[in-house]
Design a protein around this ligand. Structure first.
Ligand code: AHR
Length: 517
C-alpha cells in the first residue's frame, strides 16, 4: 500500500468494488405470466430414427420371432421408455438414407424383400425388414405423428407420388388395394412429408435454386386426400448458410409448409476430430456449451429472412436434425455413429430446448439425432439390455413444455462462466404455462464447477414455492452404463420462499425443471 500511487489506488478500489459486487449480486429470473406468447408445438420434442447402425435393427426392431419381448417386432422395453417420454413425432427413414430408400422394397412379406447394401452408413446389409407398415406400427404404438422423408436423390417424382398414394388413399386404386393386401385397410396418417434431405450434400450436392425447381415439380404431383394432406417440408440449409432459407422462401410459393435446417454441436468445431463423448477436459465442456448456444443466432438469422419473405408466418422453420456429434466409440463401426451420452449431453439438450422455445412461432418442429444408439440418443441397447441416457432424462423433465404456452423471462445479473478466452452465460432459463394450467420454469447452470443462486419472481404475482426435478452428477462426463444404468438420473427439487423471496440454488452443471406455485 505504501507504494501505491493515486491511480493505482483508484483502480484497486474499483476492482474491489467489482469483486464485492460479484460476491453479492445474484441472478434474478423474472417470469411475466401476464404476457403469454406462442405455443410450443409438441413436435419441438420430435425424434429421428434412421436406417443407420443399430438405431433401428437391434436397437428398436428385433422382429416378432425374437426372444427379446416385443410387440409387432418392436422391443417392449424401448417402447415403454419412449412412451414415457410422450414422443410426439418420429422422422423416418433418414437422413441421408432417405435419398437411397425405395419404398417398394420395404412392403410385402418380409422374407421376400430384397437385401440391399446401406452404402450411406457402414456398407452393411439392409434387409428391408422395417418398411412402411412396420414404421407405422411403431408410431401408432407410440401414439406419435409420422414424418416420412421422401427420396429425391435416387428416386423419382413418380416414386414419391405413388408412395404417398399408397399410404394415404382411401379409394380402390391399385396402390390402396396393394396396401390392403399387405395387411392395412385404413390409410396411414402421414403428418409430414419431406422432399429429399440435405440436398446441399448427401442428398445430391445441389444448389438452392436447382433444388427449389425440383421441389416445385415434385410437390406438384404429391397428392393426398384433402383431409389427410401432410405438411410438406423442403430440405433447407445448415450451419451458417442462410441461402437455402432465402431461396426457398422467395421462390417456392405453393405446397411449402416448412423449411428444414440442420445443426450439430461438435465440441472442437472440426469434423475431422470432433472430440470424445467421455473423458474430455473442461476446455471441451465450455466449447460444447458455446457451440450449442450458437443455435440461437443460427435460428435468428434464418427467422429474419423468413420474416421478410413470409411475414404471415405460413412457413415453419424445422430444425429436423440437431444434437451432439462426437468421435465414434473405439472398436465400433465408424459408419454406425455410436457414442456414449453423458450429463453434458443433457445440458446441451436443455440449452437447445430453451432456445427453441424462444422461436416457438417459427420453430414448430425439431428432431434430435437420433432416437436409439445413434449420435445423441435417448436410449442405448446391448442385446437384450437397454439404458436411458442423461439426454432421455432431460426430455422427460421437459415433457410439461409440450404444447405449453411460452411466457417471457428476463434474466438480470446473469454471471458468466469463463475458461481462458471463452465465456458463456451461466444461467439459461425458459418458462411456459403448461396445458395443465401450471407455470413451469426450466433452468440450466452451464458452469461445471460452481453452484449458482437464482431468485425467481413472477411479475405481478407471487412465487411462493417451486417443485420439480433436478439433474446433475459429480463428473462432467458422468453417464449411465449397462452395469450402472441409474448413475445419472433426476432427483426431486423443491424450494420455498422466505421473507417473500424465492431463491433456488442450482448445482454446478445442472438442469432443473420446476412448477412454480
Ligand atoms: O444424423 C446423421 C446424418 O447427419 C443424417 O443422415 C444426415 O442428414 C446428416 O448429415
Amino acid at each position: 500500500m505504501r507504494f501505491m500511487n493515486k491511480t493505482i489506488f483508484a483502480a484497486a478500489a474499483s476492482l474491489l468494488a467489482c469483486a464485492s459486487f460479484a460476491a453479492w449480486a445474484e441472478t434474478v429470473v423474472t417470469i411475466d405470466a401476464a404476457k403469454p406468447g406462442a405455443v410450443i408445438n409438441k413436435n419441438v420434442y420430435g425424434q429421428f430414427a434412421e436406417h443407420l447402425g443399430t438405431g433401428i435393427y437391434e436397437g428398436m426392431w428385433v422382429g416378432p420371432d425374437s426372444p427379446i419381448p416385443n410387440t409387432k417386432g418392436w422391443r417392449n422395453d424401448v417402447l415403454a421408455a419412449l412412451k414415457d417420454l410422450h414422443v410426439p413425432l418420429v422422422r423416418w427413414p433418414g437422413g441421408c438414407f432417405a435419398d437411397e430408400y425405395h419404398w417398394r422394397e420395404g412392403i410385402g412379406p418380409r422374407k421376400d424383400r430384397p437385401v440391399k447394401v446401406n452404402t450411406m452408413w457402414g456398407g452393411v446389409e439392409e434387409p428391408n425388414w422395417v418398411g412402411t407398415h412396420e414404421f407405422f406400427d411403431l408410431v401408432e404404438l407410440l401414439g406419435a405423428d409420422a414424418y416420412v422423408n421422401g427420396n429425391l436423390g435416387t428416386g423419382s417424382n413418380q416414386e414419391m407420388a405413388e408412395w404417398l398414394e399408397y399410404m394415404t388413399s382411401n379409394t380402390k386404386s391399385g396402390l390402396a388395394e396393394l396396401r390392403r393386401k399387405n395387411g392395412r385397410d385404413k390409410p396411414f396418417k402421414v403428418a409430414y412429408f419431406a422432399v429429399g434431405n440435405e440436398a446441399w450434400g448427401c442428398g445430391g450436392n445441389m444448389t438452392p435454386g436447382h433444388y427449389a425447381n425440383l421441389y416445385k415439380t415434385a410437390t406438384t404431383f404429391l397428392k393426398a386426400p384433402h383431409d389427410s394432406r401432410p405438411k410438406f417440408i423442403a430440405s433447407g440449409g445448415n450451419d451458417n448458410d442462410v441461402t437455402w432459407t432465402t431461396t426457398l422462401s422467395k421462390e417456392v410459393k405453393d405446397n411449402i409448409d416448412a423449411i428444414s435446417f440442420h445443426y450439430y454441436t461438435i465440441p472442437t468445431g472440426k469434423w475431422e476430430v470432433k472430440g470424445a463423448a467421455t473423458g474430455f477436459g473442461e476446455g471441451e465442456w465450455i466449447s460444447t456449451m458455446k457451440n450449442t448456444l450458437a443455435m440461437d443466432k443460427l435460428i435468428a438469422n434464418n427467422v429474419k429472412v423468413l420474416d421478410q419473405n413470409d411475414p404471415q408466418k405460413k412457413i415453419g422453420f424445422y430444425v429436423d436434425e440437431w444434437g451432439t456429434w462426437y468421435d465414434v466409440e473405439k472398436g465400433t463401426n465408424s459408419g454406425f455413429l455410436y457414442q456414449q451420452n453423458s450429463l453434458r449431453d443433457a445440458v446441451v439438450a436443455a440449452l437447445n430446448f430453451n432456445i427453441f422455445h424462444n422461436y416457438a412461432d417459427r420453430v414448430r418442429m425439431t428432431n434430435i439425432a437420433q432416437m436409439v444408439n445413434v449420435l445423441q440418443a435417448m436410449i442405448l441397447t446391448d442385446k437384450d439390455k437397454m439404458l436411458k441416457t442423461p439426454t432421455y432424462h432431460a426430455y422427460h423433465m421437459y415433457v410439461p413444455f409440450q404444447d405449453a404456452t411460452t411466457l417471457p423471462v428476463a434474466i438480470k445479473d446473469n454471471g458468466a462462466y469463463k475458461l481462458g478466452e471463452t465465456a458463456v452465460p451461466q444461467v439459461s432459463a425458459s418458462a411456459a404455462r403448461g396445458k395443465d394450467g401450471k407455470l413451469y420454469l426450466a433452468l440450466v447452470n452451464t458452469n461445471p464447477n460452481k453452484e449458482t443462486e437464482v431468485t425467481v419472481n413472477v411479475a405481478g404475482g407471487k412465487a411462493g414455492a417451486v417443485q420439480g426435478r433436478m439433474l446433475t452428477a459429480g463428473a462432467m462426463d458422468a453417464h449411465n452404463t449397462f452395469a450402472q444404468p441409474d448413475a445419472v438420473k433426476p432427483v426431486p427439487f423443491t424450494a420455498q420462499a422466505k421473507g417473500g423471496k424465492l431463491s433456488m440454488k442450482l448445482p454446478a452443471k445442472s438442469v432443473v425443471v420446476v412448477n412454480v406455485e
